[in-house]
Design a protein around this ligand. Structure first.
Ligand code: ADP
Length: 395
């Protein structure tokens, strides 16, 4: 059979990948539990099953030449027999293993000597201290506590400001499944989408600035106003990571940047919200790149085809969800704006329902930032930030 792709997951990332697959004429099959999920209507076929249903993934494998994943909540041990039977996972299960929890990511970064926040397992505090727990050398409040796995968009993170808050957390969670990190005083958050092909070539999309509201990505500005040296440092980190993992596929890196230099916050072994702007703003999108690499083609060096872009997430608002028709029409009418509406059904408050990418015209960095902030105000007049957030999806 010709090259074809299976995706475990049917959310907005699979939906945008399915759009690229249609354009490129690559059959794309999805495994997802809900017939209303965004990617279903564009998929060549659907295996309707939970994403952790291994026998369903075996069925998916019979329909395609390679399988990729939409998120990182995977049962690697359950999937291992399929790989042994010859199912091709891209990235491979071995390359994915260290990336599936925040704790194993921190261990990987430490092993590779890549800059990341100082951290320790929460149970280390518990085992070395009395009641109330005190901190080892080098750590002080405030601290960032994170669930090792299962968290997203700030779910499973907590800022701890005092020994009492630390003690309360230790009482509330299983300390063996949480980590503690220094609270990083960053100036900016940056992100980079990279890809490595089967020949070992690594390519990167432009470095972007991301802005979070209540720990959820609010907007992305491309390209980031970053020196050549900073861009190169980010690319070097991507190349080291991908090459040392023998990773094939698209991978995204979230960074902190500030007085402490560049630090890796988080890795996502897939396409990412910070790369959605590439659909309109680059010579190929992060989804085109994923398609290429998963079917065994060479990764292609992407280039910006416009001076810049602002991507704004549309998070579900309070009040009755009547399809947001008026808001969608108003967003579509903005000049140089491209609306992506994911068509999600069900409770919407705080969920990523869509995004809008506004192409920018200013060539100079400072002027472009000003243009971006003006365009952000236009979007916010139509689609404000929700005051309460609830149940967002990973991307
Ligand atoms: P999630 O997987 O829930 O998105 P992240 O680790 O990406 O969790 O954290 C979400 C946001 O919280 C980050 O984008 C950043 O704004 C903030 N954050 C995370 N870790 C730290 C830290 N160690 N110091 C300061 N802020 C942090």
């Amino acid at each position: 059979m010709g090259a074809s792709i299976g995706i475990v997951g049917g959310g907005q990332l699979a939906w945008m990948l399915a759009q690229a697959a249609r354009r490129d004429g690559v059959p794309l099959h999805v495994q997802t539990p809900n017939a209303q999920d965004p990617a279903v209507e564009l998929a060549t076929s659907v295996v309707q099953a939970e994403v952790d249903d291994i026998s369903a993934t075996r069925e998916l494998a019979q329909r395609c030449t390679a399988i990729s994943f939409e998120n990182e909540w995977l049962d690697l041990d359950g999937l291992a027999p399929l790989q042994a039977e010859g199912v091709q996972f891209v990235p491979s299960l071995e390359a994915l293993r260290p990336l599936l929890s925040k704790r194993s990511q921190r261990e990987l970064l430490q092993r590779l000597d890549l800059p990341s926040p100082r951290w320790m397992p929460l149970d280390q505090v518990v085992s070395t201290t009395e009641d109330p727990p005190t901190l080892p050398e080098g750590f002080s409040f405030p601290l960032m506590a994170k669930a090792a796995s299962g968290g997203y968009d700030g779910k499973g993170t907590a800022v701890l400001r005092s020994p009492a808050e630390l003690e309360a957390l230790v009482q509330r969670v299983d300390p063996s499944t949480w980590i503690l990190e220094e609270f990083v005083r960053f100036e900016q958050e940056l992100a980079l989408v990279a890809a490595r092909d089967q020949q070992g070539e690594v390519v990167c999309f432009p470095l972007v600035q991301t802005h979070q509201h209540q720990q959820v990505c609010e907007w992305v500005l491309a390209p980031a106003e970053a020196s050549h040296g900073l861009q190169q440092a980010a690319r070097n980190i991507a190349a080291s990571l991908l090459t040392s993992l023998n990773y094939v596929g698209v991978l995204s890196i979230e960074f902190f940047h500030g007085p402490g230099g560049l630090m890796v916050n988080e890795l996502a072994p897939r396409t990412h919200n910070s790369g959605h702007y590439t659909i309109e703003a680059c010579s190929l999108s992060q989804f085109d790149q994923q398609l290429r690499v998963v079917v065994g083609d060479t990764a292609q060096e992407p280039a910006l085809v416009v001076p810049g872009a602002l991507m704004v997430n549309l998070l579900g608002l309070e009040g009755p969800d009547a399809g947001f028709t008026a808001q969608r029409q108003a967003l579509e009418a903005l000049p140089n704006a491209h609306l992506h509406w994911y068509g999600k059904t069900g409770a919407s408050l705080g969920r990523k329902l869509g995004h809008v990418t506004v192409l920018l015209q200013q060539a100079d960095g400072a002027a472009r930032r000003q243009e971006a902030m003006q365009r952000l105000q236009e979007v916010r007049q139509i689609w404000p930030l929700p005051t309460v957030q609830n149940d967002p999806q990973p991307s």
